[in-house]
Design a protein around this ligand. Structure first.
Ligand SMILES: [Zn+2]
Length: 251
């Protein structure tokens, strides 16, 4: 197993050396397995997660079973935290979308560090503020932008947060996250395949042409490229952007 670099998470990377060296021994690594519910609705979580690779979707579910993604957290952010450093109940469900790994810490430990260390507290607050901005933009995007533009935005944001050019993604999953019928996703995916942006096969989506996908993405893709953990909301996040991705063979 390759060495784990906690600093591949932007929030942990934003800490001063002293704060990081204080927190790092308390972190442990856990696998993020696709479809695992990390935080359930109306139930306070015991762990805070700092993803190192992979993505977690924040999902709002309706009584009739319909759901939609309201936010995405990857190595750019963290979840299971609270704005006030108190034990709060998450607003929705947090589900692993793309598998990977995360650094985790018990929430009570993190709360203690937040009380004691201003730098840690500020990094967590900045991370939460960015997530609010992300969710704000997602709400507008979901209501105002065309589905193909939203799907292109979502794919790019997800590719930016994983270490490979292939996503594990069924059409059914994507339809639920975008909040549309599966048949709609089928049509959009077909168009993206025909213009050479992606290749879809057996539940795997390969990124073939980033520029083409970017040309289709709505403005929200750029708007949400901010750096959590930074006090400047307009700093571009250094994520895993693959401008010239080679085609990978799906197994
Ligand atoms: Zn949009």
């Amino acid at each position: 197993m390759p060495a784990v670099n906690f600093k591949s998470n932007a929030v942990l990377d934003s800490l001063s050396l002293g704060d990081f060296e204080l927190l790092a021994p308390q972190l442990r690594v856990t696998s993020l397995t696709q479809a695992t519910v990390l935080l359930a609705e109306n139930q306070p979580g015991d762990l805070a997660y700092f993803p190192l690779n992979g993505t977690v979707s924040l999902v709002a579910a309706m009584r009739n079973g319909a759901c939609i993604e309201t936010g995405m957290v990857g190595r750019d952010g963290a979840l299971g935290l609270s704005l006030r450093g108190e034990h709060t109940i998450p607003p929705g469900r947090a589900v692993v979308c793309q598998p990977g790994t995360a650094a985790v810490i018990e929430t009570w430990k993190l709360r203690n560090y937040m009380r004691e260390r201003e730098g840690i507290r500020n990094s967590i607050f900045a991370c939460q503020a960015t997530l609010v901005l992300y969710m704000h933009t997602t709400a507008a995007c979901n209501a105002l932008h065309r589905i193909e533009n939203r799907v292109a935005r979502w794919l790019l944001q997800t590719f930016d947060r994983v270490d490979c050019a292939t996503l594990l993604l069924t059409q059914e999953m994507l339809a639920q996250l975008i909040g549309v019928r599966r048949t709609t996703i089928t049509l959009v995916g077909r168009n993206f395949q025909q213009n050479g942006s992606i290749r879809y096969r057996r539940g795997r989506v390969e990124l073939l042409n980033r520029s083409s996908l970017e040309a289709c993405a709505c403005e929200c893709y750029e708007a949400m490229q901010v750096k959590p953990g930074s006090h400047d909301a307009h700093v571009t996040l250094q994520v895993n952007r693959r401008d010239n991705v080679e085609v990978l063979s799906a197994p």
